[in-house]
Design a protein around this ligand. Sequence first.
Ligand code: SAM
Length: 396
Amino acid sequence: MTCYANTFHQLDTLLTKNKQYWQFVPFADEGFTWQQQHPEFCQWLQSIDDQSLQQLNQDHDALLAAFEPWIPDAKILADLAKTPSLQKTEFAYPKNFDTGIPGRKWQQITAFNHVLPRLNLPWLEWCAGKGFLGRVLSVSHQQPVISLEWQPQLCVDGEAAAKQLGLDIHFVQGDAFDVSSQQYIKEQQHAVALHACGDLHVSLIKQVVAKKGKAVSLSPCCYHLIQDSHYQPLSTAAKSSQLQLSKHDLRLPLQETVTAGNRVKQLRFIEVSFRLGFDLLQRKINQSSTYLPVPNVQKALLGEGFKSFCCWAADQKGIVLPANIDFDYWQQLGEQRFAVTERMELVRQLFRRPLELWLVLDRVCYLEEFGYNVSLGTFCEKQMTPRNLLIHAERC
Ligand SMILES: C[S@@+](CC[C@H](N)C(=O)[O-])C[C@H]1O[C@@H](n2cnc3c(N)ncnc32)[C@H](O)[C@@H]1O
């Protein structure tokens, strides 16, 4: 068993063992999901004040330390999910080469480029956007680039920019899922995909394997953007796992808590607690125990108060509200439930990166199973992009 397959199995075992702590929908239950089995744990969670909650959300080491007595496997999972930084080779770009490329995107594409080995092969840029990455690959490797992109205007803009810079880049407007796109995947080629969502980068991996492509480098993102209702494992290692991942589960790796300003936090508190309060009310009216999702709401309506929100939501869902509802009571329950769901999400945070590694290692193991030499690491700091993992595979 390779070292990656071994890590995958260890992650898989512990993620499966601890799935009660991450594989659930916090809105589904009225209170803590673990109230029956672990009342003391729930009591402890409830005792975390809002300031500590915020700190734990921002400091992963502190989060692991705080939960160590309750979920000791979380620390082992975090260690298994650690990845090395990939080795960089810097390149000096011509003056003003970054014109028209947003600052953060420029940092990402150059960081991506600097960890790629020099294989002297033509490039294929999968789901290229305006082909920002293709431009830096072209100028630093002096090899032709084919950039496949679905949106016609991005192709036009990308082609024009490449022409102006005198680069050998050719755009192909096409659908990555269509069989006609497979013709662009060649054996003697280095294929790349930076942040091609879900099935889009999976389609590249599968086609590279099928065509025995020499090399592929990709940074996966948006694992939940898949055509099937559940995750379809690629490798035999993941196919033998007991885990079955829903789209909700697949969103977890992307659910990093970002530091928001007070206004944004307050708005979120109002909206989510209104939704949770209305949900409790509708459960009572409908004698139901399932969460009822309500569509997106115009933010101005939230300013009109909880009662207006409930009337609007009831109307959206065809629910007739009885007279004499004590809206203050339901609003308060919604606020209490907000505090509970926030603490349940905090627990799920412990498993965010390990689950991402599980998904990424599935791709890695698949490539290894088909005879590729694979390296996995980070190509930039997470401040530049939290989707900073890069898989590089070369056919032996
Ligand atoms: C998140 S962007 C990444 C763009 C670029 N790689 C980058 O990092 O700047 C994903 C790109 O995939 C393109 N895309 C979406 N669906 C596609 C499809 N079915 N075939 C080809 N490209 C597609 C989108 O139009 C978008 O430009």
